[in-house]
Design a protein. Structure first.
Ligand SMILES: *[C@@H]1O[C@H](CO)[C@@H](O)[C@H](O)[C@H]1NC(C)=O
Ligand SMILES: *[C@@H]1O[C@H](CO)[C@@H](O)[C@H](O)[C@H]1NC(C)=O
Ligand SMILES: *[C@@H]1O[C@H](CO)[C@@H](O)[C@H](O)[C@H]1NC(C)=O
Ligand SMILES: *[C@@H]1O[C@H](CO)[C@@H](O)[C@H](O)[C@H]1NC(C)=O
Ligand SMILES: *[C@@H]1O[C@H](CO)[C@@H](O)[C@H](O)[C@H]1NC(C)=O
Ligand SMILES: *[C@@H]1O[C@H](CO)[C@@H](O)[C@H](O)[C@H]1NC(C)=O
Length: 444
């Protein structure tokens, strides 16, 4: 026995290695794993070069597998502990299958530690290599419903942009020339104010979570939503002005979305440790130009179809938003586990501050009551469909899925202040609101 140890010591000395050469190793095969949520799989784990002194004390030492975030992925209890009794005393190693269960969207690492039960300490593999831990990415479950959801978003967005193309005629743009101040306030607030506001709110509300900042930022840089036209009508605003701003804003978004993503957005991507998906964002924006051009061609060719399309613009865009939100909630119901008070606050703050700032700016620049209300509605309501479309498309699963919770929250919260105004008008200012609605009808 003593001779054996002496021989080993000689061997170590002869190799010129310090005694710490007994660094134990762990190798996961594979060492990177992508799993759909709710599924599980097996990986091979190899543990080797464990010190003989450790192996001789099986009651004191034990290997344990641990996930950095047990809520995302974990090793089941029966696989989480590997006793030393399983090791081959000759080769001082062990290898075997380990089950990994994926529970929720996200990224986590599974590590193996050597626990010293007597000293109550543990250590990571002392001879660390790039496969000594398992990086697990839990993705969206691969269901037919999710493909239908993505497909329907693309189809509905295309329809919306065909309509914008059809509506973008000289008559609409003339409003921009004859009375430019109102639309310009709205567009500047929408295309410059909201992105800055969403960036600041994101940093303020989610200082620790760049992913949520991205969700809010993409909602902020989205153009104004089609629901704004409906709300402008309901609350007695200037519908003509609303349609003008929605159309011009959504077309201008082709330039402003990439611009904001590649400047201010880059800062958030850096904090999130992600590459800016330049090509994907460019592709998705360019993808929406095609339906816009189809709409323009229809407008040139057939004035009857154009009239039908323009008339359909309002109902289509309102239904579109409703379908996307309902669908997003149904397919991603599990995202509600992510719902926190921060997300609710962000969802309410973005549109509310948008309404308030835009209304103040309009008042400062002497817009009449109906126009100020319209501009506020236009700026506050975001096209959350575009935000979801970009997040899912450009960021991929799981980050894209996790971040869509923010635009969904914004979409759910956006109508609340407007509903408040509506109820207030009905109860307390019945006559005044009727008067301004009449004025709006005349303008249209
Ligand atoms: C770590 O492992 C590698 C190969 O598995 C081996 O070549 C190296 O000597 C080891 N280092 C130590 C400090 O044990
Ligand atoms: C896990 O995925 C496999 C194929 O990828 C599938 O056949 C199986 O049904 C899934 N299991 C669960 C529980 O979803
Ligand atoms: C892990 O669990 C699987 C199935 O339950 C089993 O085949 C495997 O031997 C277990 N591995 C360990 C190290 O216990
Ligand atoms: C997992 O490990 C990788 C590589 O060491 C690291 O970049 C990443 O941040 C880790 N992930 C988590 C969730 O800690
Ligand atoms: C072991 O240490 C951990 C913290 O490192 C502590 O929470 C735990 O209570 C300790 N257990 C014992 C038995 O001392
Ligand atoms: C680990 O490093 C080796 C080379 O040292 C490389 O061949 C292998 O692809 C790397 N594995 C991972 C998961 O990065």
């Amino acid at each position: 026995m003593g001779y054996g140890y002496g021989g080993l010591l000689l061997l170590v000395l002869a190799a010129g290695l310090p005694p710490t050469a007994f660094g134990w190793m762990a190798h996961f095969r594979p060492s990177k794993l992508r799993l759909p949520m709710g599924n599980s799989t097996q990986v091979q784990l190899f543990l080797g070069n464990v010190a003989p002194s450790t192996l001789q004390q099986p009651d004191r030492f034990v290997f344990r597998l641990q996930s950095l975030n047990e809520g995302l992925a974990r090793v089941p209890e029966e696989n989480a502990t590997i006793p030393l009794s399983l090791f081959d005393p000759q080769t001082r190693d062990w290898s075997g299958p380990i089950v990994i269960e994926a529970h929720f969207l996200g990224l986590t690492n599974v590590t193996v530690r050597l626990h010293d039960l007597r000293l109550n300490t543990s250590e990571l593999p002392t001879n660390w290599s790039n496969d000594s831990q398992l990086e697990v990415t839990v993705q969206r479950p691969n269901r037919v419903l999710d493909h239908i959801f993505l497909g329907s978003i693309i189809v509905l967005m295309s329809l919306l942009y065909i309509n914008f193309g059809a509506a973008l005629n000289l008559e609409v743009l003339r409003g921009l020339v004859t009375r430019p101040i109102g639309p310009c306030i709205g567009l500047v607030m929408q295309l410059v104010g909201m992105p800055l506001l969403s960036y600041a709110l994101g940093v303020f509300i989610f200082p620790q979570s760049p992913a949520m900042q991205l969700g809010l930022f993409f909602t902020g840089i989205s153009p104004s939503g089609g629901a704004s036209n409906t709300w402008a009508a309901v609350l007695g605003g200037n519908i003509h002005l609303s349609v003008l701003m929605t159309t011009v804003g959504n077309v201008a978004a082709f330039a402003t979305i990439p611009l904001w993503t590649f400047t201010l957005g880059q800062l958030i991507f850096e904090r999130a440790g992600m590459e800016v998906p330049y090509r994907k964002i460019a592709t998705y924006c360019a993808g929406l130009i095609v339906p816009l051009i189809i709409g323009l061609v229809i407008q040139k060719r057939s004035s009857r179809l154009t009239r039908v399309l323009v008339r359909l613009l309002k109902p289509i865009s309102a239904t579109l938003l409703l379908i996307i939100i309902v669908f997003a909630i149904i397919t991603n119901y599990y995202l509600f586990y992510l719902f926190s008070w921060q997300i609710a606050v962000a969802g309410l703050a973005l549109p509310s501050l948008g309404y308030i700032f835009a209304w103040l700016a309009s008042k400062l620049l002497h817009q009449n009551a109906a126009d100020a209300l319209t501009i506020a509605i236009e700026v506050g309501i975001q096209n959350t469909g575009i935000a979801i479309f970009l997040l899912l498309g450009a960021l991929g699963s799981p980050v894209g899925d996790i971040t869509t919770v923010v635009p969904v929250a914004v979409a759910v919260m956006t109508p609340l202040p407007l509903l408040g105004i509506y109820v207030y008008n009905r109860c307390c200012r019945h006559k005044i609101s009727e008067g301004s609605a009449g004025e709006a009808e005349r303008i249209v």
